[in-house]
Design a protein around this ligand. Sequence first.
Ligand code: ADP
Ligand code: MG
Length: 223
Amino acid sequence: MILELQGIYKDYIQGKMRVPVLKDINFSMEEGEYVAIMGPSGSGKSTLMNIIGCLDQCTSGKVFLDGQDISRCNENQMSDLRLKKIGFVFQSFHLLPKQSALTNVELPLTYAKVPKKEREERALAALDRVGLAERVHFHPNQLSGGQMQRVAIARAIVNRPKLLLADEPTGALDSKSGTQVMELFQSLNDEGVSVLMITHDSEIADHAKRVVMIRDGILTERW
Ligand code: ADP
Ligand code: MG
């Protein structure tokens, strides 16, 4: 099992109010699976993804990532898990605007203290993998949206993560670029990377082999 969620609740505190966002989420994913989570805006998709991706913590419940309970990790342990096990792709790319594609892709390796030469080799290979070998010295503002997302995917895979998380990865892209992103995810999944993707587009969700639905913080399977 690459991922197992047991009774996940998440409340946000707003002023004196406790706002329940995730309500008893139970979910598991085998290694090598490709799953899409679908749901309307505000249903808790990003909140859930951030908990799985070690960017946030649940209020109660347990999260097992690759067999390890990560639900009560401290900041250092969370960033370590992000570096070692997870690749994360966002709707709006989250690239550093003043750095080249190459430097952006090297970033996780820089954090992981990988030596310069190996860092560069692996980042170049990842950029080649996403079809951007010719653009490695370009900055984000010199790239199209689809190219920026491919740089972000290269950055997400440069650590060879077991689990690739994507929060609306095609949400900001035209349909042709979206298709390229879906082809990349498929080939990564064919190589054994587990993929968990959020979308509210049913055509995009159909690329996954299993689809689950979330509505008002409640998750239901839809095989
Ligand atoms: P989705 O990604 O499905 O659109 P989100 O997970 O972003 O939904 O948000 C789910 C709900 O949680 C929304 O009602 C949103 O307003 C609320 N929410 C998200 N982040 C916060 C936060 N940091 N503080 C308070 N409420 C939040
Ligand atoms: Mg969202």
